[in-house]
Design a protein around this ligand. Structure first.
Ligand code: UDP
Length: 219
């Protein structure tokens, strides 16, 4: 008998409710009739969100299915990492989800737990770390190297030969100038790129940049 499986989208707020239909459609595409549920720790038992069964983590853990797969659908990368650490501790598998219109080109390496929304393109020879979120219409062009827990809001234009370090957040509609193989453009660890920013040069770790050309945010 085949091993029994259950799938979940962790987070039933904005991010999770947008990723659930993509996740459910992916299961249909692979002709799986396994159950898919929401996990959200703010919910009481027997909740229903957008027609899907929703439960807290402890209830999910106690489901009888032997193999559990979870997509962590929370935009905050620090929370995403905390939840992934918990899932790994509990030997629950990370699940990668992509839309039917997501395009992945040649020789890419995308680590576990990614959420690749509809109309996202990952071009050739791109390497991506754990639990990448690429929201609607974003692209990652050739030869980019993206770290762990990086988050793209919708319509991010990440051109060729860009390196983005762990936990960076790229706002909606930001455009990042391409680097070269010898000198990639680097977005440092935990940097935040404001929506609509036009990034023309390296961004240091932890910096917040906005505007065109993108400059450090003066508060
Ligand atoms: N959440 C959770 N367990 C946690 C942390 C967060 O279930 O340990 C849920 C939280 O209840 C909320 C969702 O994750 O429903 C995060 O939602 P938020 O509005 O922060 O962001 P988004 O959906 O935009 O990522």
């Amino acid at each position: 008998m085949a091993m029994s499986e259950v799938f979940a989208v962790y987070g039933a707020a904005g991010c999770g409710r947008s990723l659930m239909p993509i996740a459910a459609e992916q299961l249909k595409r692979v002709a799986s009739d396994s159950q898919i549920v929401f996990i959200d720790d703010a919910l009481v038992d027997n909740a229903v969100v957008n027609g899907h069964v929703a439960m807290n983590y402890d209830s999910f853990k106690s489901l009888k299915e032997e193999h559990k797969f979870v997509l962590v659908a929370i935009a905050n990368s620090k929370i995403r990492q905390q939840l992934v650490d918990k899932l790994e501790h509990d030997s629950i598998s990370l699940w990668t989800v992509q839309g039917s219109t997501t395009l992945i080109m040649d020789s890419t390496n995308i680590d576990q737990g990614a959420a690749l929304s509809p109309f996202v393109t990952i071009a050739s020879n791109v390497t991506i770390g754990k639990c990448f979120h690429a929201n609607l219409y974003s692209y990652v062009e050739h030869d980019c190297v993206i770290g762990d827990y990086v988050t793209f809001a919708p319509r991010v234009s990440c051109n060729g030969n860009i390196h983005i370090h762990d936990h960076a957040y790229i706002g909606a509609g930001a455009v990042i100038k391409q680097g070269t193989p010898a000198k990639p453009l680097v977005i440092g660890k935990g940097a935040i790129i404001g929506m609509g920013a036009v990034v023309t040069k390296d961004v240091p770790a932890g910096a917040v940049v906005v505007g065109n050309p993108a400059r450090p945010l003066i508060k």
